[in-house]
Design a protein around this ligand. Structure first.
Ligand code: PGA
Length: 257
């Protein structure tokens, strides 16, 4: 049985105050949820990924809770002359346990290639972080019937660079680019179809990892659509952008898992 993971990707949003207020509300909501369920609620792993500069504030805010901390990107390099970059061991210093790699915004706006993403994934996993590898097709690619090919290329590139062991604690997030921040969501069936394919791709290398790896769906997940999406067999939670910035919405999405 895979424990669902609900991850909030805050992107480039927030302030010191917002970070503290949002996390206090999430913590509070989770406590109330646990009390109300009297130990009977399904276990859900909760993760927040604030911008780098708020990681330390967030780490302090959640230190007495079960909420995990992650970053939104990481350098593929070890410490050295890489102006403006942040490496895995710095994220570990900040008590991060997860890091998002290959988000479509990094690929599209900052020129990250499959190879860059593979190197980042490997560096993060080898440092003991749990990488969340984002994959997904654009609208054009979907319409051309190439969604699976694109995702396979993205996953194969990482598998060629990182060893099988690097996938042991990894997470994959399927995020169709056309659904991110657009209000458009893949239907639960569309998402399930891709998730099952992704699990097959992993199974081709390791059946054991394929069974246990969590595959999240991301792209306009909201309280109103979360339960239907998470009900699908191969969907193990969500990577939540916009809705993770509102405690009430994020908590409702956690409940839906
Ligand atoms: P969204 O973003 O939920 O705002 O669509 C998801 C993501 O980009 O991770």
């Amino acid at each position: 049985m895979r424990t669902p993971l609900i991850a909030g990707n805050w992107k480039m949003n927030g302030s010191f105050e917002d970070t503290n207020v949002l996390l206090a509300s999430i913590e509070d909501g989770l406590e109330r949820r646990a009390e109300a369920a009297e130990g009977k609620a399904r276990k859900v792993d909760v993760l927040v990924c604030p911008p780098f500069v708020y990681l330390e504030t967030a780490a302090r805010a959640i230190e007495d809770s079960d909420i995990a901390l992650g970053a939104q990107s990481v350098s593929a390099e070890k410490p050295g002359a890489f102006t403006g970059e942040i490496c895995s061991h710095m994220l570990k210093d900040l008590t991060c346990s997860y890091v998002i790699v290959g988000h479509s915004e990094r690929r599209q706006l900052y020129g990250e290639t499959d190879t860059t993403v593979g190197k980042k994934f490997k560096a993060a996993a080898e440092a003991g972080l749990k990488p969340i590898l984002c994959v997904g097709e654009s609208l054009e690619e979907r319409e051309a019937g190439k969604a699976i090919d694109v995702i396979k290329r993205q996953i194969d590139a990482v598998m060629d660079i990182a060893c099988e062991k690097c996938f042991e604690n990894a997470v994959i997030a399927y995020e169709p680019v056309w659904a991110i921040g657009t209000g458009e969501t893949a239907t639960p069936e569309q998402a399930q179809e891709i998730h099952a394919e992704i699990r097959q791709m992993i199974a081709a290398r390791s059946g054991k990892i394929a069974k246990k790896i969590r595959i999240l769906y991301g792209g306009s997940v909201k309280p109103a659509n979360a339960a239907d999406i998470f009900a699908m067999e191969d969907i193990d939670g969500g990577l939540i952008g916009g809705a993770s910035l509102k405690a009430e919405d994020f908590l409702a999405i956690i409940d839906a898992a």
